[in-house]
Design a protein around this ligand. Structure first.
Ligand code: CU
Length: 66
């Protein structure tokens, strides 16, 4: 599992956009979004960097958390 720190998750629509985008890379991915904390927890075989870049391509500045 890895965590992305994501800015600008304003509403539930953003949460579902982000979730769907990650699942389009890996349909087995488990995604859980903590909107208040700006953290997206991802369980996936995809690399954190690929997941980060697809989230960023949606317009959400993202970095890989620790
Ligand atoms: Cu939104």
């Amino acid at each position: 599992m890895f965590v992305l720190e994501v800015s600008g998750i304003g509403c539930g629509g953003c949460v579902s956009k982000i979730t769907k985008a990650i699942q389009s890379l890996d349909n087995q991915a488990t995604v859980s979004v903590d909107r208040a904390a700006g953290k997206v927890n991802v369980e996936s075989n995809e690399s954190p960097e690929r997941v980060r870049s697809i989230v960023e391509a949606l317009g959400f500045p993202s970095k890989i958390g620790i």
